[in-house]
Design a protein. Structure first.
Length: 296
C-alpha cells in the first residue's frame, strides 16, 4: 500500500482542526508553529487540494477538508485502538486509578466510556471524584485530573485532550415565550443563568460584552444545563456538555455571529504528577479516553 500522506503529518493536521488554529495547536502540543505548517502543507500538496481556508482571524475546513478529516479521524482512531490492544495484551497496568474532573465532564464524557475502559483494563480499579474547582492532586490523592481552562500550575505534567467551544444556549420553549435574542444588548431583557461561585466564568465570549449579571445562579455547570433545558433562561456552556442537546434541538444556540473564541477557557487538559507507580495507569487512561471525547 503506497500512501500519499504520513500518519504523523495527519496527526498534526487533526490538531489544527481540533484546536482551531495553527498557533493554538502548536502551543498545546509544545512544538513550533512552523512544524505544523509544514505538515499541513505536505498533506495538501500530496493530495493536490486545500484542507484549510486561512484568514488573519481564523482557520476553517474546506468542504473537501471536512470530508478528509472525518475519514482520517476514524482511521487513526482504529489504528490507535489496535496499538493499545496489542501492546497492552501481555502487559496490562494494574492498581487503583483516581480520576478527578468537574461533574459535567464526568457525566457527559467519562461515564459513557467507563465500561469499555474497565473491560479493556480489567486490573485497573477506577475511582471517580467530581469537583467544580481545581483540586490539589497530592492533598486529594488524585492520580489524574481533567482541567478545563488555562493551566497555572507549572509543576504538573499535562497532556492536551482538545478544546471545547463555548455556546450561548436556551431551550426552544424559552425562545418561544420571549423575544428572539439578536444582539448582545437584547440580553438585558432576558433571564440569565450564571455561576454562583466561579464568577470569572460569567464573562461571556461575546464581542464587546462585559461580565453578565445572572438572574439565577448555580455552582455546577450541569445544574446550569438542566436549568436551561427546563426553560429558565439563557446560559453560556461548554460544548462537551451541550453538543448533544444542540444536535437534538433541545437547546438552541444564540448570538453565533457575535461569539468569539476564548482560547484559555476552551482548552481541556489531563494533568498529573509523573510517578513510576501510576504512570502506566495514567497513560492507559489518557490514551484510551482522548480519541473518544466529544468536545463539541
Amino acid at each position: 500500500m503506497n500512501l500519499k500522506t504520513r500518519s504523523d503529518d495527519l496527526e498534526l493536521l487533526l490538531a489544527v482542526n481540533e484546536y482551531g488554529g495553527f498557533s493554538v495547536a502548536a502551543e498545546a502540543l509544545n512544538i513550533q508553529v512552523a512544524r505544523i505548517s509544514r505538515a499541513v502543507a505536505k498533506v495538501e500538496n500530496a493530495l493536490g487540494t486545500t484542507i484549510f481556508t486561512r484568514t488573519t482571524r481564523r482557520v476553517t475546513l474546506t468542504d473537501e477538508g471536512r470530508q478528509f478529516v472525518n475519514a482520517i479521524s476514524l482511521g487513526l482512531e482504529q489504528i490507535h485502538n489496535a496499538e493499545i490492544n496489542i501492546t497492552t495484551r501481555t502487559n496490562l497496568p494494574v492498581g487503583k486509578l483516581r480520576i478527578d474532573a468537574a461533574s459535567p465532564f464526568i457525566y457527559h464524557q467519562l461515564i459513557p466510556h467507563m465500561r469499555e475502559f474497565t473491560e479493556t483494563f480489567p486490573d485497573i480499579e477506577v475511582e471517580l471524584s467530581s469537583n467544580e474547582e481545581f483540586v490539589d492532586l497530592i492533598e486529594k490523592r488524585t492520580d489524574v485530573a481533567i482541567r478545563i481552562g488555562k493551566l497555572e500550575d507549572s509543576t504538573l505534567h499535562a497532556r492536551a485532550l482538545g478544546r471545547s467551544p463555548l455556546y450561548i444556549v436556551a431551550s426552544p420553549e424559552y425562545i418561544d415565550k420571549n423575544e428572539i435574542v439578536v444582539t448582545p444588548q437584547n440580553l438585558s431583557n432576558h433571564e440569565i443563568i450564571g455561576f454562583s461561585t466561579l464568577k470569572a466564568l460569567n464573562k461571556w465570549p461575546i464581542k464587546g460584552m462585559p461580565t453578565i449579571t445572572p438572574t439565577i445562579t448555580a455552582s455546577s455547570g450541569e445544574t446550569m444545563r438542566k436549568l436551561a433545558l427546563s426553560g429558565n433562561g439563557i446560559a453560556c456552556l461548554s460544548g462537551f456538555m451541550v453538543n448533544e442537546d444542540i444536535a437534538s434541538g433541545k437547546l438552541l444556540t444564540l448570538l453565533d455571529s457575535y461569539r468569539i473564541p476564548d482560547t484559555d477557557r476552551e482548552l481541556i487538559n489531563a494533568v498529573y504528577y509523573r510517578s513510576s507507580n501510576v504512570a502506566k495507569r495514567v497513560s492507559a487512561f489518557i490514551d484510551f479516553i482522548k480519541p473518544k471525547l466529544n468536545l463539541g
